[in-house]
Design a protein around this ligand. Structure first.
Ligand SMILES: Cc1cc2nc3c(=O)[nH]c(=O)nc-3n(C[C@H](O)[C@H](O)[C@H](O)COP(=O)(O)O)c2cc1C
Length: 199
């Protein structure tokens, strides 16, 4: 009898543990929903983004494909309110940084790229940038690619504010935060942009 009660209690404890673990875990949408729902988010609540979440996002960034697997990139992960505000002040099209909870600057590193090519470093790092946008969407956060490269004045501003060396290319600044839900995905599918079999 005692054994039966013990087993029932054990089962109950297991079931409760499963419920709590599921509640704590993030529900991830499927890959195609993430791709189709990704949108530029420019309106944030102002809530901070945790380092744990940024680690997940950065891991997604580094899962991107690169020519000859050279991974010619570096990332600056920013959570400091003062730095976010300073970037917002110097980048005319990234004002939303003042409400973002964090930002990631994707940097292309030509010296690490296949044939030390700056072009290939930029292409590879762009793949990482898109992975960041998709991971953010999957996690229920919001982000927008704000352009830095190839605008010289923006590259200079980011280099001087964040101490980025001259041989490193700051590709973008990606503000990340909790969306206010004002921003919606656009339907950009156009059949006329597709050529079947040949141009
Ligand atoms: C190379 C590049 C540079 C961009 N620069 C900016 C920018 O400086 N500021 C901004 O608000 N959005 C910027 N965007 C986001 C685009 O405006 C946005 O992706 C486009 O309008 C399509 O909207 P969607 O992302 O919601 O699909 C940039 C996107 C790319 C790919």
């Amino acid at each position: 009898m005692k054994k039966a009660i013990f087993c029932i209690l054990l089962l109950l404890a297991g079931a409760l543990a499963c419920i709590f673990i599921q509640r704590g875990a993030r529900r991830m949408p499927d890959a195609l929903s993430v791709i189709h729902n990704r949108k530029s988010v420019r309106h944030f609540t102002g809530a901070p983004v945790s380092r744990a979440d940024l680690d997940i996002i950065l891991k997604a960034a580094m899962a991107a494909p690169t020519a000859v697997n050279m991974q010619p990139w570096s990332f600056i992960s920013i959570t400091d309110r003062k730095i976010l505000d300073s970037l917002s002040g110097v980048l005319p099209y990234a004002k939303m940084l003042d409400k973002a909870g964090a930002a990631i600057v994707v940097c292309a590193v030509p010296a690490k790229a296949f044939r030390s090519s700056a072009e290939i470093a930029v292409i590879d790092s762009t793949c990482a940038g898109e992975n960041i946008l998709l991971a953010v969407e999957a996690m229920g956060l919001g982000a927008v690619w704000t352009g830095v490269y190839p605008e010289k004045d923006r590259m200079d501003a980011v280099r001087s504010l964040l101490g980025v060396p001259d041989d490193i290319i700051p590709l973008n600044v990606i503000p990340i935060g909790y969306p206010t839900s004002q921003d919606k995905p656009k339907d950009k599918f156009k059949a006329k942009n597709i050529h079947w079999e040949r141009w």
